[in-house]
Design a protein around this ligand. Structure first.
Ligand code: UD1
Ligand code: CA
Length: 454
């Protein structure tokens, strides 16, 4: 059956105490709304629309960037009223799934289960049982367990308040029936709102089949109303991701002290020390060691490599058995071949570093093609920028560059060439030769160190 998805995201989020729209607050490095959209897209709906209202100045450009349609709910008159704004999207398919923009951790399999359990023309509700159901709409059933209605906390009598099965808000409804019945919603209730939940009593009256899927893990249906709940969901989500990686054979010094903000795969027998952050798409091979406080973003790390503490790797590809850090910064476009070594306080960018080459200390290597077996001395700088344009430095296999050398690009260091320490290389250095800038060392006779004036 064809499916439309409507994501409700017009609410105010007062308790966030924020100038930022609630659904734009981040969880695992992505806006809450992004999580819901990504989940929704996996269900391959024919229509996907977000109902925006509060914070629309932030939400609408975000949706445009993600090529997701939006409809405006300028006045927030309730969840039923919000759904009414999406009539066109609803009319486009046979069923409509309502999701909330501030409920980020619903699993695709759970939504698929909801879709699968619903009979043709029937209604499905995602529910959960809570020790403390306060604040939620209650699922009211008759003696045979059939659903009668959903009653909101503020409209409930003491008997109903005892019910521990609650409405997650996530619902599947038949489109034609919904469109025909939405206008029957009233707002004669404690909050003076048009409740989407009132559609359930209408569905019962019309004899529609109503099924529920009750999720065990309440975080799947947990909404974010304040920053404390946001932090709790973040931690839950992070721990779940660490668990999945541990199941795949990864050791964490502490699974509670790792952050995965994207899609990460790690091979077995790799070790991740505390406070490591993974961002974007990261793939790490087997037997890799990642030291404390490293940040790995959009990168590939080959098997057996060692990344020592406090290193940052961004948009780079690292071969096998490479050695990085501590305190190394690999910027976008760095490609390290197998067994290459980048030591402390070294920055690289747009640089190909060949097999087994070493840049061990205090260097900047940018816009460079470096061959294999090269040794770069401490403090070597590629001067890649002339103030207007960037130029490349080429360093041949087995070259040896002495400490404190400036390679003024464009420039080439030949294969097996040796550059003397302290050289400012402005012209190409030939293969196998020693090149250096010679400045005469002098000793100033009779020189006296300045003394501190009293
Ligand atoms: C709603 C449900 C309640 C359920 C709970 C689960 C109704 C009437 N009640 O209550 O049964 O247990 O969610 O969290 O549906 N929104 C709009 N426009 C509006 C009002 C709300 O877009 O006019 C959006 C909000 O941004 C939010 C969602 O709908 O994403 C839920 O709204 P909220 O006000 O939080 O509903 P609850 O009172 O919590
Ligand atoms: Ca809510």
């Amino acid at each position: 059956m064809s499916l439309s998805i409507v994501i409700l995201a017009a609410g105010k989020g007062t308790r966030m105490k924020s100038a930022q729209a609630k659904v734009m607050h981040g969880l695992a490095g992505r806006p809450l709304l992004q999580h819901v959209i990504d989940t929704a897209k996996q269900l391959q709906p024919t229509q996907l629309v977000v109902v925006a209202g509060n914070g629309a100045v932030q939400v609408l450009p975000f949706l445009e960037g993600n090529q997701v349609d939006a409809v405006m709910q300028t006045e927030q008159l309730g969840t039923g009223h919000a759904v009414m704004q999406a009539k066109d999207a609803i009319a486009a398919s046979e069923q409509v799934l309502v999701l909330y923009g501030d409920v980020p951790l619903t699993q695709v399999v759970t939504l698929e289960a909801l879709i699968d359990c619903v009979a043709e023309g029937g209604v499905g509700i995602l529910t959960t049982k809570l020790d403390d159901p306060t604040g939620y709409g209650r699922i009211v059933r008759d003696f045979d367990g059939r659903i009668r209605c959903i009653t909101e906390q503020k409209d409930a009598n003491p008997e109903i308040l005892l019910i521990d099965e609650v409405n997650s808000g996530i619902m599947l409804l038949p489109s034609q029936w919904l469109l025909a019945s939405l206008d029957m919603l009233g707002n004669n209730n404690a909050q003076g709102e048009y409740y989407l939940t009132d559609m359930i009593a209408l569905a019962v009256a019309d004899g529609l089949a109503i099924d529920t899927v009750c999720v065990d893990d309440e975080t799947e249906v947990a909404g974010v109303n304040n920053r404390s709940q946001l932090a709790a969901l973040e931690r839950h989500h992070q721990l779940a991701q660490a668990e999945a990686l541990m199941t795949a054979g990864v050791t964490f010094a502490d699974p509670a002290r790792v952050d995965v903000r994207g899609d990460v795969t790690i091979g077995n027998d790799s070790f991740v020390d505390v406070n490591v952050i993974f961002e974007g798409t990261v793939s790490v091979g087997s037997n890799v060691e990642i030291g404390a406080n490293c940040i790995l973003k959009n990168c590939e790390i080959g098997e057996g490599s060692v990344i020592l503490p406090n290193s940052m790797i961004d948009s780079s590809v690292i071969g096998a058995n490479a050695n990085i850090g501590p305190f190394a910064r690999l910027r976008p476009g760095t490609a390290l071949a197998d067994k290459a070594k980048i030591g402390n306080f070294v920055e690289t960018k747009n640089a190909n570093i060949g097999l087994g080459s070493k840049v061990n200390h205090l260097s900047y290597i940018g816009d460079t093609d470096m061959g294999a077996g090269v040794n770069i001395g401490a403090g070597t700088i590629t001067c890649n920028y002339d103030g207007a344009n960037k130029h490349r430095t080429v360093i041949g296999d087995n070259a040896f560059v002495g400490s404190d050398t400036q390679l003024v690009a464009p420039v080439t260091v030949g294969e097996g060439a040796t550059i003397g320490a302290g050289t400012t290389l402005r012209k190409d250095a030939g293969d196998g030769q020693l090149t250096l800038t010679k400045s005469r060392q002098i000793t100033v006779e009779g020189w006296v160190r300045p003394q501190k004036t009293k």
